[in-house]
Structures are given as structure tokens and as C-alpha cells.
Write a protein that binds this ligand. Structure first.
Ligand code: CMC
Length: 377
């Protein structure tokens, strides 16, 4: 409060700590920690399900626990038939994020232990969501292509199965490796907007599916997870490499935002960027990836020179997903397929905190307006 009854507004909640968390720490100088582990120590050394286990159970699994977790994820991947039917009934003009948001909400209807809100049931629900969000995404893609939906294979890892179900053929080892790294980098990120939305919903003691549905709606926006699709639209729109300078300078002259740049917390380079740069450089034997990478390097330099800002997660992850042959409208659904592990971990932590997240506002509207009945208006 400032004066009597007057509240200080922190616009955009910038730098406001809304709760305590042990799950991840976004350090403005350019570091990211999951449960105390620097992501630089995890990427390339662990697989994605290890990170999902870490976020949900707050510790790394041993070999046996990881094998069990992976098997459990695979056994939960298959969707109830009525969900597949519902996806088939959706017009193909719908954006995959809209379908994903609806189908995650429907997962709540299909939950086998709907009335059990115990901690143990929530852990099982969290695992089911980590398993099924990627399957919903893969099913949306297969249905849009009018192609069969592969049944998850027990001889494949969870991440391999995601690509297998999405593409319809067994992925190459190198592709699965890229996806593990990408999913690890996308898994969690402090109180980002979608995670915060999930926690607000969970703070009312609403169920996990409702919380994740809130998160998906929030991730969709182009200032958050929707940025990746916009990055690819921009890269395609630029056309030839030699048009980069004019195109980007033109946007900056008009004070337009360059998608995939800037960050609310990082004041230095986003610590995920160096890993993503490495991933896409390794894929530059592909002509299209090479050309996209060249454009990206030029854009990075121009934007940094003019605005002193850096690429964020969505910039090079767009190029990585393109190299995996993921169509751009599926970039945000892929992001959701990884961030689900962070969302459910935060929802569980919010239940533990057991406090309603409900800010106040500063009223700047009118008082004492004279009421006029409808007949006289
Ligand atoms: N292009 C050009 N200028 C920018 C950009 C950008 N992408 N981002 C920030 N700026 C400038 C902005 O114009 C402002 O300059 P000035 O102080 O001269 O007016 C300054 O940097 C601060 O920007 P802001 O918008 O007030 O910062 P914010 O913390 O409110 O916004 C952001 C953060 C991520 C919404 C913003 O950087 C942005 O809109 N970026 C583009 C969209 C994007 O890439 N989103 C992905 C976010 S990170 C990954 C994720 O969560 O999905």
C-alpha cells in the first residue's frame, strides 16, 4: 500500500516473487538450475524421463527407478478411444494448440481415479499427464495427415516413442538424441507465465487437469511458447540470407519485436541458447537447417548490436524442431509436451504450499455514477 487505500502496482508482476519454489531457479546472470542441478551438467548426460522424474520426485532416479518410470510412461501413452474419436471429429482448420487444450481437459473426464485427490494419486496423475500430452500431440498430427496412429512400442524409450508416434516410422538415434536434449531444455523454467497460470488454478484446490489446461492456454500466446512458430514464420518470410539485414533492420526501425528475442529475467544470454546452437549446428549437414542457421546468426548479431538483447529458448528451438521435420504449428505443442513435466511438478508443490494465489488490484475507475434505468438510456 502507498497512501491510505492506494495500492502500488507492479506492472507485469516484474521481479515479484509470488511464492517459494525448490523446483527450478532462473538466475538473471544466465544460469538455470533444476532442483539444484545446473542444466549444463544435465544436457547430454541424462535422458528426458530422468529430468521428468527429477522434477516430479525432487531427486534423480537410480537405474532401476528410471527403467520403471520409462516403462510406466510407455504403458500410459495409449489414449482412450473416445479421445482419439474426439480428435478425429475436430475440423482440420483448428490450430493443434486449441485441440491440445481441449483434449487435456478431456483427459480429466477419463481419469480412472477422478475423486482421489491424495498425494499418491496426484503423483500417478502427474506421470499420466507427462505420458499423454505427447501422445495427444502425435495423434493430432497423424489424424490431420489421415495416417494411422502407431501403437507405442515397449522396446522403444518414451522419447523415441513420442517421435515414432508423431512421424509414423522409427526415428534415427540422432533424432531421438536431439529430442531428449530439447525436451530437457524445455522442461521447466521458474515462474514463467504458463507455470504461474497452472499454480494459480492449483491454488484454489482445483484438479491437476484444470491447472494444466490453464497452462496450455497461457503457453499458446506468442509472447510465451507461441513465439517459436512466429520465429519460423519470420525466417521463412525473410527468404534468402542476403535479405536478413534489410528485413530485421526494418522491423527494428518500426519498433516491432523480433520473435525469439528478449527475456523477462535473463540479463545475459539465456543459458539454454548455447545448447540449442550446438544442437542445430550438428544438424547443418541438412541444407535447410544450414540456411536457417546462417540467417539466425545474422539476426542474432543485428538484434544484439541494436537492442543489446539475446535470443531466448524459442529462437533456436524452432530450428531444431524444423530439423526434426516438425511442422511449425506443432512447435508449441512440442514445447507443451516437455513443459508438462514442470507444470505437474509445480502443481504438486502448490498443493503442498496450500495458499490461495489471489493478488489485489488498484482500482482506477469511477465512483458515484448516476444510475439511469434502461428505458431512459
Ligand atoms: N525485439 C525487440 N525489442 C525487444 C524484444 C524483442 N523481442 N524484447 C524486448 N525488447 C525491448 C523492448 O522494446 C524494450 O525496449 P525499450 O526499453 O527501449 O522500450 C525492452 O527490450 C524491454 O522489453 P519488454 O517487452 O518491456 O520486456 P518484458 O520483460 O516485458 O518482455 C518478452 C519479455 C519475452 C515478452 C519480450 O522480450 C518479447 O516480447 N519477446 C518476443 C517474444 C518472445 O520471444 N517470447 C518468448 C519468451 S521466452 C521463452 C518462453 O517463455 O516461451
Amino acid at each position: 500500500m502507498t497512501k491510505k487505500g492506494e495500492r502500488a502496482v507492479v506492472r507485469g508482476l516484474k521481479d515479484v516473487a509470488a511464492a517459494e519454489t525448490k523446483i527450478s531457479f532462473v538466475e538473471p546472470k544466465g544460469f538455470l538450475y533444476y532442483l539444484g542441478y545446473n542444466i549444463d551438467d544435465l544436457v547430454g548426460r541424462v535422458v528426458y524421463p530422468e529430468v521428468a522424474f527429477l522434477l516430479i520426485h525432487k531427486r534423480l532416479p537410480n537405474r532401476q527407478e528410471l527403467d520403471q518410470f520409462n516403462a510406466c510412461l510407455i504403458s500410459e501413452m495409449k489414449l482412450p478411444e473416445r479421445m482419439v474419436e474426439s480428435i478425429r471429429a475436430t475440423p482440420k482448420s483448428c490450430h493443434p494448440m486449441d485441440i491440445l487444450r481441449t483434449e487435456v481437459s478431456r483427459l480429466g473426464e477419463c481419469d480412472p481415479e477422478n475423486n482421489d485427490l491424495s498425494e499418491a494419486a496426484n503423483l500417478r496423475r502427474a506421470t499420466r499427464l507427462v505420458a499423454r500430452v505427447p501422445t495427444i500431440v502425435a495423434t493430432i498430427h497423424r489424424v490431420r495427415l489421415d495416417k494411422p496412429i502407431p501403437v507405442p512400442r515397449e522396446d522403444f524409450s518414451f522419447t523415441e516413442n513420442f517421435l515414432y508416434m508423431f512421424k509414423g516410422s522409427p526415428p534415427e538415434e540422432a533424432e531421438t538424441d536431439v529430442l531428449h536434449r530439447l525436451m530437457i531444455l524445455q522442461a521447466d523454467h521458474g515462474f514463467n507465465a504458463s507455470t504461474f497460470a497452472a499454480r494459480v488454478t492449483a491454488s484454489t484446490n482445483s484438479d491437476m487437469y484444470s491447472a494444466v489446461t490453464s497452462a496450455i492456454g497461457t503457453l499458446k500466446g506468442p509472447l510465451h511458447g507461441g513465439a517459436g512458430e512466429k520465429v519460423m514464420e519470420m525466417l521463412d518470410d525473410i527468404g534468402l540470407e542476403e535479405h536478413v539485414e534489410e528485413y530485421i533492420q526494418g522491423l527494428l526501425d518500426e519498433n516491432k519485436k523480433i520473435m525469439g528475442f528478449g527475456h523477462r529475467v535473463y540479463k545475459a544470454e539465456d543459458p539454454r541458447t548455447k545448447h540449442l546452437r550446438g544442437i542445430v549446428r550438428n544438424l547443418c549437414y541438412r541444407d535447410r537447417t544450414n540456411s536457417l542457421c546462417n540467417k539466425c546468426s545474422k539476426i542474432e548479431k543485428i538484434v544484439h548490436d541494436r537492442k543489446k538483447i539475446y535470443p531466448n529458448l524459442d529462437f533456436y528451438s524452432a530450428v531444431a524442431m524444423d530439423a526434426l521435420d516438425v511442422p511449425k504449428e506443432f512447435f508449441t505443442p512440442f514445447f507443451a509436451s516437455s513443459r508438462i513435466s514442470g507444470w505437474v511438478a509445480h502443481v504438486i508443490e502448490q498443493y503442498e504450499d496450500a495458499v490461495l494465489l489471489r493478488p489485489s488490484s488498484k482500482y482506477v475507475g469511477e465512483f458515484g455514477r448516476k444510475f439511469i434505468p434502461i428505458e431512459q438510456r
